[in-house]
Ligand binder design. Structure first.
Ligand SMILES: *[C@@H]1O[C@H](CO)[C@@H](O)[C@H](O)[C@H]1NC(C)=O
Length: 182
């Protein structure tokens, strides 16, 4: 009995290490890669994607990507338009899910979860957030190092808006079981 149990645990660890690397940022130049993660749908039911924009002097900022639109609008000290050095999050869709959270409790809500790191600013990491706002899904950054005030920031028609209730993109631990069951 002991041996098979040991073997199973070993296998689970192997698989989970492997799945850890099941997402990657590809260069984005206007075309959506086939393996891009869908972040949600806009008001016209079109998919919205998850971007990361390099903003000189500010950091790597989570931004939303719309198919056919080459530039992004990064929420950082207002909204910055970025036309190059943009990346798009790719991977296996079922390895991720959106978990509800809020600014005052994020540090507690993430204790047993693995949020995806979407970039950084001021030397601290950013998480990937989203919110359904006026019929559109909005994708933006969460600033987790502002403990107990870890708000979500997004581009709202050219100005930076922040809210305290949102969803966080986290890694789906159960994806391991799905794989082993195949
Ligand atoms: C934040 O989430 C916690 C835990 O789910 C909840 O108890 C609290 O009321 C929420 N706070 C706000 C401001 O929504």
């Amino acid at each position: 009995m002991f041996f098979p149990t040991f073997l199973l645990v070993f296998t689970v660890i192997q698989v989970s290490i492997c799945l850890n690397e099941d997402y990657y940022w590809r260069e984005y130049t206007g075309t959506i890669p086939d393996d891009a993660l869908v972040g949600g749908q806009d008001i016209n039911k079109k998919d919205v994607y998850i971007g990361q924009a390099y903003v000189h002097g500010d950091g790597l900022i989570v931004s939303e990507i719309f198919p056919g639109v080459r530039e992004v609008h990064a929420p950082i000290n207002g909204v910055k338009t970025v036309k190059s050095y943009i990346k798009i999050l790719c991977g296996v869709q079922q390895n991720f899910y959106w978990s509800p959270a809020n600014a005052s409790h994020l540090h507690l809500q993430m204790i047993d979860k693995r949020p995806i790191i979407g970039g950084h600013e001021n030397g601290g990491i950013l998480y990937i957030g989203r919110l359904s706002y006026e019929g559109n899904i909005r994708i933006g950054k969460i600033v987790p190092f502002n403990t107990e005030d870890a708000r979500f920031y997004f581009n709202n028609q050219g100005s930076e808006k922040s809210v305290s209730s949102y969803e966080v993109l986290v890694y789906n631990e159960n994806a391991v079981d799905v794989r082993l069951g195949q």
